[in-house]
Design a protein around this ligand. Sequence first.
Ligand SMILES: [Zn+2]
Length: 377
Amino acid sequence: MPNFSGFERSLFSLRSVARKVKKGGWAIPSGWLCLLLALAMPAKAREGSMAQDTVPPWGYGYSDLLADLEHWKASPFVKVDSVGTSLQGRGIFMVTITEGDSQPRPRIFLHARTHPAEVQALQVAKAGIEFLIDSSEEARRIRRNHIVHFIPMYNPDGVELGYARLNADSIDLESNWDKPEIQPEVAVLRSLFDSLMHTESPVRVALNLHSDQFNCTRFFFFHDSGGTSRLYTDLEKTFVADVQGHFPGGIEPWFFVKSWTNAPGLQYPEGWWWTNYREEVMALTYEDSNCPNASEYEATAQALLLGSADFIARGGVYLQRAVEKRRRTWVTQKMVLESEARWLRQNRPVFSLDGKSASRDLGPLIYFTLPHPPENP
Ligand SMILES: [Zn+2]
């Protein structure tokens, strides 16, 4: 854990508030106060991305990762690949865990430590790998039914340079996804995601692991329907509940932080997923706690993995049911309105000014607005 002084801690906390506002609006109490605080800060601080905002070392460096990769590689279920290189030529390593034959099966993808200071995210990824190579029945079930990928250290240059949030080019990789010239690390992950989606075993859950100093909580950035779809928000709520079910009291409910209230955040990895794969992939940022007593990485990692597996098990069936439900609702509403319209056309009493019934054929007095049919998922 970084050893923040009181001032640094409060600055970091303000930055974290600003970052949430920037992610698309906060729907928590005192949102306006947060916004005002954020606006009162210099623009660069609001970015939360100062090249020199360093309190290194963050702990767990690149050489620690190389040593752990050697250890993990010894498991028969693990494959380690370098999927690309950082700007300064360090490997971006991916740990893949699965078991059994090469039958197609859904993938779960987790990448961590885009922001080097958020070392708790790496601890969660590390605990996830160690859980999955273990001999427990739960780990075995996930290995046999899924292909699980981890990139524990997505920004190795930033880690080694002691930057809090940036890569070697002083760019925040987290918000570089929609830029005309993307950073090499972003290019690596984007093409990897795309190639995995074009296999018989596409990614179904993609988690972007961070840690955030906000009351020492664990939570997901929920994407509102303003930036996604109602169907997607239904799926998100189910996903968060599935994860919470494996760590009761450990993870905040879905409405803790809402983002994308007006539009999707296309600068983030989740914006890229949404643009390209919509409801097909549950892509969310998870924020672990970032505070002196941050802990329980094992419980967190297990909840993320077991919850993802539960969610995937509902899979196509759940998605299909959700679509069918919306379609049925629409058909029912349409039938009711049409029958009312028919009844009114046949029976509508029309009164003249003197109160006596006049004509039945003055044309429709009421215009019916039918709901739009559900969009194709
Ligand atoms: Zn972060």
